[in-house]
Design a protein around this ligand. Structure first.
Ligand code: IPM
Ligand code: SF4
Length: 474
């Protein structure tokens, strides 16, 4: 069916979703956009609501706003250990959401969890939806074909007051992952390999569309993992075209459209994928067949190697600025230049975060942990991404499997991903973490973080050192 004149260029998914949300054109590249969903977490949510209250303004669309505590609550049983600030933020979120008529998914309720885990889980995150949250990893929701991005605290208040936001239209970039993932390779390895290839600023200024055969073959949870790290390549937005897998994933979820509206929604969603002749500002193609399990060695997600790789040797680097940066990273991480990364002893393993705390992640880690024991020198935590993930995992017996192997099974939240409530890696200690940031001090002052997939993290916990998961698969 030809619906465009032959000279009109094809449109990207970004352009289609964007244009559907324009309330007013501000300038050539800047628009006022309508926000379909606003998600609030405990760190920014109550502050934004209090800010609004102090200005005597009501929440414009409480029915489009949803809240949950995740960042500031302890992951210990009964939430024991939540700091005074954490408790204040929690109380604030409860009081202010209730006063404004905003739905809040509270502790111990199905629906509570890391904000980027619960949106997809509840059917709040839908294709073609414009979703914002005061959190940089809001790009995660793009895995369902949503246009989703993080906003700052003043923007958050603005959205509460108006349900609209002024945004500059980003440039477009397409990353095609072509080929098949080999044994031991997961979506996390694909996105880490991409960041290693284009750098942590490779996507700056772009909205990235992830495409190619490996993305089409991938389940929705994997797509969410890939989109989650868009911000770690500098892109505020990451997205995957919705397809039948997307609709199967969404169908029947609590807030998903139902009945006749469901059919109409799917028909509309089928129009969203980029046209075959759409032109992107930047194109990158990654050969997935060549990717092996990845592990970061440094203090940026771009400091990444295959598990058979080595810590770089600054002596080999001619550019002085790069050499100094690499030296700083090696020094912080306490590694030897040129040493193989595998075999590096670890003290901590953290399986969790909005990157890798869904059922498929826990199952992948459990497949490695089953019948084995965490090494005596290692402390290992599993923190499910949400109350629903926790219950589902327990119904499958994963909590037992992990605890029998010597892992600690915790309550859902951000936990050690950002080191709140004393859930920290001690100074100088080394962790393998399934989260998305390995910045200096991210998991605690002087803590050393290696990012990897859940399977690689489980392999490190069992081995007591960074290990090649491919040697441990059964
Ligand atoms: C606390 C929040 C604002 C922050 C973010 O924006 O990403 C956090 O979630 C993180 O991962 O560092
Ligand atoms: S799990 Fe980590 S990255 Fe995700 S929202 Fe929480 S703190 Fe941020």
């Amino acid at each position: 069916m030809e619906t465009r004149g032959h000279t009109a260029p094809g449109r990207t998914m970004l352009a289609k979703i964007w244009d559907q949300h324009v309330i007013a054109r501000i300038s050539d590249d800047t628009d006022l956009l309508h926000i379909d969903r606003h998600l609030l977490h405990d760190l920014g949510g109550s502050r934004g609501l209090l800010d609004l209250k102090s200005r005597n303004l009501p929440v414009h669309n409480p029915e489009l706003t949803f809240a949950t505590p995740d960042h500031a609550i302890s992951s210990a049983r009964g939430r024991a250990g939540t700091s005074k600030t954490g408790l204040e933020l929690l109380e604030g979120l409860r009081a202010e959401t209730s006063a404004s008529g905003i739905t809040m998914f509270d502790i111990d309720q199905p629906g509570q969890g890391i904000v980027h885990v619960i949106g997809p889980e509840l059917g709040l995150s839908l294709p073609g939806c414009l979703i914002v949250c005061g959190d940089s990893h809001t790009c995660t929701h793009g895995g369902l074909g949503a246009l989703a991005f993080g906003i700052g605290s003043s923007e958050l208040t603005h959205v509460l007051a108006t349900q609209a936001l002024i945004q500059r239209r980003p440039k477009t970039m397409r990353v095609k992952f072509e080929g098949r993932m080999s044994a031991g390779v997961t979506p996390k390895d694909l996105i880490l390999a991409l960041i290693g290839h284009v750098g942590a600023a490779g996507g700056t200024g772009y909205a990235v569309e992830f495409a190619g055969s490996a993305i089409r073959d991938m389940g929705i949870e994997g797509r969410l993992t890939i989109c989650n790290l868009s911000i770690e390549l500098g892109a505020k937005m990451g997205m995957v075209a919705p397809d039948d897998k997307t609709y199967d994933f969404i169908r029947g979820r609590r807030y998903a459209p139902k009945g006749a509206i469901w059919e109409r929604a799917v028909a509309a969603w089928r129009q969203l994928p980029s046209d075959a002749d759409a032109v992107f500002g930047r194109e990158v193609t990654i050969d997935v067949n060549k990717i092996i399990p990845q592990i970061t060695w440094g203090i940026s997600p771009e400091h990444v190697v295959g598990v058979d790789g080595h810590v770089p040797n600054p002596a080999d680097i001619t550019d002085p600025a790069r050499r100094t940066a690499i030296e700083t990273a090696i020094d912080y991480m306490g590694l030897k230049p040129g040493a193989p990364i595998a075999g590096t002893p670890v003290d901590w393993v953290f399986i969790g975060s909005c990157t890798n705390s869904r059922m498929s992640d826990l199952r992948a880690a459990a497949a490695i942990a089953r019948g084995r024991k965490v090494a005596p020198n290692v402390r290992a935590w599993v923190v499910p991404g949400s109350e629903t993930v926790k219950r589902e995992a327990m119904a499958e017996g994963l909590d037992k499997l992990f605890t029998e192997a010597g892992f600690e099974w915790r309550e859902p939240g951000c936990s050690m991903c950002l080191a709140a409530n004393g859930e920290v890696v001690a100074p100088g200690q080394r962790s393998v973490s399934t989260s998305n940031r390995n910045f200096i001090g991210r998991q605690g002052p002087q803590a050393r973080t290696h990012l990897a997939s859940p399977a690689m993290a489980a392999a490190a916990a069992i081995s007591g050192a960074i290990a090649d998961v491919r040697t441990m698969e059964r």
